[in-house]
Every structure is written in C-alpha cells, then in structure tokens.
Design a protein around this ligand. Structure first.
Ligand code: PLP
Length: 404
C-alpha cells in the first residue's frame, strides 16, 4: 500500500485515467483555438468544446447553451454573484447567504458589502443545514439573490435545495447554488431544484484542475449577468478568454463518467464511509460526527475526537492525507468557520478531521486508516488528564474551572 493514503477527496480528486486519455490529443494534435473560424484546427477544437458543453449541461439537467466555461468554481462564483449584482442592482442590493459557505462565496459577499450591498449571513443548524423557512424569513423586498450551497465541502451536509429553490421562485429572487461538491457525487438537477445559477468544478469530479463552469438559466427566468472579464467576448460575452480546450474536454468526459457511474460511485463511497465509521466507533468513545447523518455526501466523514489535541492528532496519522477543516483555510490555525457556525466548541473543532473517500479508495486503505486513527487517538488520550478523569466517571461539567 502506498502511503500517505489519499483521503482528501473533497479537496480534490485524481484525474480518472479515462479522462486523461480523452484529453491527451487536445494538447498536441487538436490544439486549435476554439474561436478560430477559418480553419479545421479551430473547427475541430470548437466541436470538442460543443460536445463537452452538452455533456456538462446533461449532468445537471441543463442545456449546453446554459453553460459558461470558467477556470473553476471560484471564478464561476465571482461571475455569478458580482455579475448578478451588477445586472440587477437597481432592483435592490440585498443578498442572503450562509455562514457555512465556501470562502469564495463569503469573500465575494464581503467585497460586495464594501460596494454598498447588504448581506444576511444565515446561521445553519447544529448539523450545518438550512431550512427553506429560514431562507424565506430572510428574504426582503430588496433581496436580489440567495446564495446557498448544495453540499458543504467540510462536513458534507446536503441542504434542502429544491425547497429553497421553490421559496426563491415564489419570491422572485435569483437562486445561486454552489454545486461544487454535489455535482457528480449525488443526483443534481437544476430544474427540479429551481436553481438559476450554479457552479461546478472539474477537479472535484475526477477531471483536471483549473476548469469548471457556471450554469446560467435561459428560461423562466432568463438570467443575465454583467461580465466580470473584458476581452474577446467568448462564452456569449459572459467570460472572455481563450478556452482551455483540453481542460474542457476533460471536464466533459469527467461529467460523462460521473453520470454513467453515479450509482456505482455512490454505493462505493457510502460503503467505505460506513466501514470506516463502524470500525472507529467500535473502538473509540467520545467521537462525534460533524454534519447531518441523514443528508450527507457519500464520501465525507468529518469526525471530532474529544480529549485529543488536533495538531498532535494530525501528526499522529501522518500516513493519511486528510484535512483538518477546509483545505483552503487549513494553513491558518483558526477553528473552521463552518464548525464555528454550527456551534461546535473550539476544542472539538480543533480536533476535527475530514476523511474523504472516493472512486479510487479501497477497503484495505479504509481499514488501515481507521486503525491508524484509533491507535493515534488512544495514545494521545493516555496523555490526557481530562480523559483519565472522564474514565474515572468524574463529571467534567460540575468542575469549577476558574483558575485552572
Ligand atoms: N466551492 C466549494 C464548495 C468548494 O469545495 C471549492 C473547492 O475547494 C470551491 C468552491 C472552489 O473551487 P475551485 O477550486 O474550482 O476554484
């Protein structure tokens, strides 16, 4: 077994060899610029992009015409939110979002606040979920956009998007949904969910990094955005810049396999997650699942281990490539903003680890990972006076900690 074992599928996924193979000719043979109209190099590249566009649409229940290729979800999020505010700002400047969104959404909203927008940051419940009623209560006369993610990247919690979409439609507000973690992992249909704008990123679904798309609804209602990039008017004027043809081909093929293998992939990831949690919970007490047990991404297990120090735990499981909180923020020692928003205490937030399983994870790796976690937690708890007190039956909540 090759270590460290990769268990960070929410941070990124390896490119599927079938995707890699499909991309390869587009670097060397079919290398034309998809915008070149006067020769076969251009036409062939454009044809490949068109096929990918249709496939991307199909994955999410949209048409190819509703797909705008970008460099990934971060760019798509910026285009969706800023582009909608620029287009519809005269109707109102209020946005509703969640404290548990990805930084790409939160920082875009922060930026817009500086430009005069007002943003309501909804607090999720203890499992990281939002109800449609909560969203409805936050919508005002001047609300133009609701931005709530389909599935959370840190804890895997899945929101009731169809209910939220219904509320948005009833109130005439645009619904932007960050579908980065959901697309290709669970069934996603923008029609059923009433979504107007949604981002998807190739590197989360076994495609290459640096490419993704924004879905922009064309009917009921037709959504218009102000471009955030000036240039040659590519992507129907919504995103200028020469298209990344090999990347887009890779994204399209990744979407094709995601559709084809969805049931198999889901069953595989759920099976691994259950196997892992069963083994960990059978061996250790005081372990908590962060997230919603009934509405969770198949391959995501975010666990907190009480009475161990987070950094020491990460060091103790160095044969595992996992993430403590979001990969994008794990450089800082701040407890995860997602866990904080759910009122997970600082101690438990610091000792939280996200284990991510996917298409190429196998049972042997999962068993090895569970055993390494069990071993590390046991060793650290042997050094913990608090854990010793708990074992002796002392109720820690009755202790007066002042002065300790
Ligand atoms: N949104 C979510 C939920 C994510 O998990 C990520 C990736 O970390 C992003 C947005 C950003 O995606 P990208 O890496 O394509 O910019």
């Amino acid at each position: 077994m090759k270590t460290p074992i990769y268990l960070d599928y929410q941070a990124t996924t390896p490119v599927d060899p079938r995707v890699f193979e499909a991309m390869s000719p587009y670097f060397t043979e079919v290398f034309g610029n998809a915008a070149s109209r006067s020769h076969a190099y251009g036409w062939n590249a454009e044809q490949a992009v068109d096929i990918a566009r249709e496939t991307c649409g199909k994955l999410i229940g949209a048409s190819g015409k509703e797909i705008v290729f970008t460099s990934g979800s971060t760019e798509a999020i910026n285009l969706a939110i800023k582009g909608a505010v620029d287009m519809y700002g005269s109707k109102g400047k209020h946005i509703v979002t969640s404290l548990a969104e990805h930084k790409a959404v939160l920082d875009t909203c922060k930026h817009l606040e500086k430009q005069g927008c007002e943003v309501t940051y909804l607090k999720p419940d203890g499992t990281g979920r939002h109800s449609a009623e909560q969203v409805a209560a936050a919508i005002r006369e001047d609300t133009i956009l609701v931005a709530i993610m389909w599935a959370n990247n840190e804890i895997g919690t899945i929101n009731p998007v169809a209910e939220i979409g219904k509320v948005c439609k009833e109130r005439g507000v645009l619904f932007f949904c960050d579908g980065t973690q959901a697309a290709g992992k669970i069934p996603v249909d923008v029609q059923e969910a009433g979504i107007d704008l949604m981002c998807v990123s190739a590197h989360k679904l076994y495609g290459p990094k640096g490419v993704g798309f924004l879905y922009v609804r064309r009917k009921n209602p037709r959504v218009r955005l102000v471009a955030q990039m000036d240039g040659g008017g590519h992507e129907r004027g919504m995103r200028s810049g020469t298209l990344n043809v090999p990347g887009i081909v890779g994204l399209g093929v990744a979407c094709k396999f995601a559709m084809q293998d969805l049931d198999k992939d889901m069953a595989h990831s759920i099976g691994l997650r259950e196997r892992f949690e069963k083994r960990v919970f059978a061996a250790l007490d005081h372990v908590y699942i962060n997230g919603d047990k009934d509405h969770r991404l198949p391959g995501c297990s975010n666990l907190s281990f009480a009475y161990v120090e987070g950094e020491s735990l990460v060091m103790g499981i160095s044969d595992l490539a996992v993430s403590s909180g979001s990969a994008c923020t794990s450089a800082s020692l701040e407890p995860s903003h997602v866990l904080q928003s759910m009122d997970v205490g600082d101690e438990l937030a610091h000792s939280s680890i996200r284990f991510g399983f996917g298409r190429f994870t196998n049972e042997e790796e999962v068993d090895f990972a569970a055993d390494q976690v069990i071993d590390a937690v046991r060793k650290l708890r042997e050094l913990s006076p608090l854990y010793e007190m708990v074992q002796e039956g002392i109720d820690l909540s009755t202790i007066d900690w002042a002065g300790h």
